[in-house]
Design a protein around this ligand. Sequence first.
Ligand SMILES: *[C@@H]1O[C@H](CO)[C@@H](O)[C@H](O)[C@H]1NC(C)=O
Ligand SMILES: *[C@@H]1O[C@H](CO)[C@@H](O)[C@H](O)[C@H]1NC(C)=O
Length: 192
Amino acid sequence: MKALQVLLVVLLGAPAASGQSFHLGSCPSPPVQNNFNISKYMGTWYEIEKLPAVFEKGKCHQATYTLLHDGTVSVHNSELLTNGQVNSIEGVAKVKDPSKSAVLAVSFFKGVPDDPYWILSTDYQTHALVYSCSEYLGLFHIDFAWILARTRTLTDDVVRQQHDRLAAAGIDISRLIVSNQTGCGALGSGKG
Ligand SMILES: *[C@@H]1O[C@H](CO)[C@@H](O)[C@H](O)[C@H]1NC(C)=O
Ligand SMILES: *[C@@H]1O[C@H](CO)[C@@H](O)[C@H](O)[C@H]1NC(C)=O
């Protein structure tokens, strides 16, 4: 175990060092949203809770998805930094296998392998539950999850349902953290 941890730190840096998001063994394979309709999923989503994502440093995280003519999705992620500035990143998401419409891959940097983006559940108008898990060397996996909402708040009931979905798939929800969606001034109210 010790040797493996050292290897992980060497290979992956901070995420492994913090020990928060990697697990031995292969990825869980939770069920995804049935009959997923990507058109209805487009628009802005606000992050309510997440499994630690070390690349996110600010608050008021939100993502806006736009379906392009070629069927790919343009991704615009924004956050508010502690100095009050808005930080954004552009990416592209696509369905790789048309028979699995809720299984997307997203990429933010050219030449870097894309990351899985699975929509486990959504009603399109209120909430969405997104999961991303990658396996390394067939030995361990690193996963991320996001509970998203169409507004900056989500009722406790709906949040609990998403926790239950993740737990049922064997995903460790003790590592979920609540996102700060207050004082988002420059990014808007998230009510519209
Ligand atoms: C997906 O949703 C769009 C927008 O609401 C709708 O026009 C379309 O018919 C839906 N597609 C399917 C396959 O249900
Ligand atoms: C969220 O951000 C607000 C405004 O910047 C701040 O006052 C508050 O303490 C933060 N909440 C948490 C839980 O960090």
